[in-house]
Design a protein around this ligand. Structure first.
Ligand SMILES: Nc1ncnc2c1ncn2[C@@H]1O[C@H](COP(=O)(O)OP(=O)(O)OP(=O)(O)O)[C@@H](O)[C@H]1O
Ligand SMILES: [Mg+2]
Length: 303
């Protein structure tokens, strides 16, 4: 874990603010969120639906598309010797809005800016597994070709036939029963659960420094789910990769994560080590207490 590493954590998010204009006016959906993840560390993110879990992590990926979207904060990513300040230049894109205290943002210019900045980082630096695989897979490319692109990122010197074999190995690792068939299939030829597993393989095969997994096991049946969680755990522990893991399943999060944060209404209401949460050590926010109770886990002291 490198939270105490003199080089600083792999990812540090400070005072992140995300807002959207809606027919009912400006809504703040992420309200001053700060967290960090060290190398080889897994940060689990829990919280009620709509609490800002997905938006907070999409901001790290530079993929918040609503407007104005990210309007404040800092996101720093350290990849080897390189440091990237992902929200640098944001203040220059903001100007006072019509309502006191609100801001306007030059959204188009900001999107171009983010896209240029993120191009070198997506892939090997960080990558994501989202809830909806059909939208994340390329419909015009076989699963095998998409997977081989990932393999080439992490093992650039592999010969093409070896990359093909490695891709099939990854498909077997995510428990797809006929990896060779999946390798030559397109997304529309596979079931939702198969696509989900293929997408997990494509993301993991890149061996990114930081993997962002947003409810990656949703839609999978219980046995496969347990196997996939195991795969994430092995990858993180063996290869010292860092992960942000969002899930509604508190047991899954406690099993995978070193630390856990709990979100509610755009804010972090609790941050604790997974082992303290699991053993009922320390004072708990009432919302965390209800999550623990619902999973038959010891609550500890309610704050
Ligand atoms: N483009 C948008 N315009 C307006 N509101 C948005 C937009 N995108 C997201 N929101 C709102 O932002 C809030 C936070 O959304 P987010 O997707 O981060 O929630 P979440 O914690 O991931 O929830 P879930 O557990 O259901 O996935 C929600 O209330 C959502 O409706
Ligand atoms: Mg979400």
């Amino acid at each position: 874990m490198s939270v105490t590493d003199p080089a600083g954590p792999l990812l540090r998010v400070t005072d992140l603010v995300i807002e959207f204009d809606t027919p009912a006016g400006r809504r703040r959906v992420v309200d001053g969120v700060s967290f960090s993840v060290g190398e080889g560390e897994v940060l689990g993110i829990l919280g009620e639906s709509g609490s800002g879990k997905t938006m907070s992590t999409l901001a790290v990926l530079g993929l918040v598309h609503g407007r104005p979207g990210v309007v404040g904060g800092q996101i720093e990513l350290r990849l080897g010797e390189e440091r990237h300040a992902l929200l640098d230049g944001l203040p220059e894109m903001l100007s006072p809005g019509s309502v006191a205290g609100s801001v306007r943002k030059d959204d188009r210019r900001w999107e171009r800016h983010v896209h240029r900045r993120m191009r070198g980082i997506w892939g090997r630096g960080m990558t994501a597994v989202f809830q909806n695989p059909k939208h994340s897979l390329d419909p015009l490319m076989t699963i095998g070709r998409q997977l081989e692109e990932s393999v080439r990122l992490s093992e650039p010197h592999l010969r093409p036939d070896a990359a093909g074999t490695r891709a099939i190995d990854w498909l077997a690792k995510v428990k797809l029963t006929d990896p060779a068939r999946v390798h030559r299939s397109y997304a529309h030829e596979l079931s939702g659960g198969m696509c989900q597993r293929a997408m997990i393989a494509i993301a993991i095969a890149r061996l990114p420094q930081l993997l962002i997994a947003d409810e990656p096991t949703t839609g999978l049946d219980t046995t496969v789910r347990a196997e996939i969680v195991e795969l994430f755990r092995d990858l993180m522990h063996d290869r010292q990769r860092a992960m942000l893991y969002i899930s509604h399943d508190i047991r899954e999060v406690l099993y995978l994560a070193d630390r856990v944060m709990v979100m509610r209404q755009g804010r972090i209401v609790e941050e604790a080590s997974a082992s303290d949460l699991e053993r009922g050590v320390g004072r708990r926010h009432p919302y965390t207490a209800t999550l623990l109770q619902a999973a038959d886990l010891p609550v500890g002291e309610a704050a």
